[in-house]
Design a protein around this ligand. Sequence first.
Ligand code: URA
Length: 186
Amino acid sequence: MDDMIEAIAEEIRNCTRCSLAEGRTNAVPGEGAADADIMFIGEGPGQHEDRQGRPFVGPAGKLLDELLQDAGLRREQVFITNIIKCRAPQNRDPRPDEIQACRGYLDGQIAAINPQVICLVGRPATQTLLDPKASISKIHGRPFERDGILYVPIYHPAACLHNPGLRSAVVEDFEKLKALLDQHLG
Ligand code: URA
């Protein structure tokens, strides 16, 4: 499993499937336990992630770490990745062709890890994996079971960095996630 995850990561680091490859410093394959029960899937690398080649290491990542800790989770025991693996210019939303070009990597990671729970962090991940028309403000915190995997869409931690009024909603999503994990994983 570790080998499969590392093989996918190596492919991602060398990827030229879309034009985002031209602007990147580093591709960001994702990191964590290759046998994790839970995966977190975000939108895409930002400036800090692009520099370091690691997911969620900027301000949103700091907040994610705190929320994980409050939920009794450590980074090393989960797997954290994104729907696109290279930074989009000015952190714009990923385009459908970029998501499509990267999709095989994400599907490969999900198949290799075979998690019980996938936490969809923010709108683009939710729309990519659950429903292209999903409204994150309507379905955040609500679990959906599909093909034996429990998908849990949540607000992106960056949302409350931009809009402090959303902080309680972000914290509540993590509390719901923790309750679901306790129920689902025991
Ligand atoms: N935001 C994301 O969606 N992913 C990252 O890796 C960092 C910030």
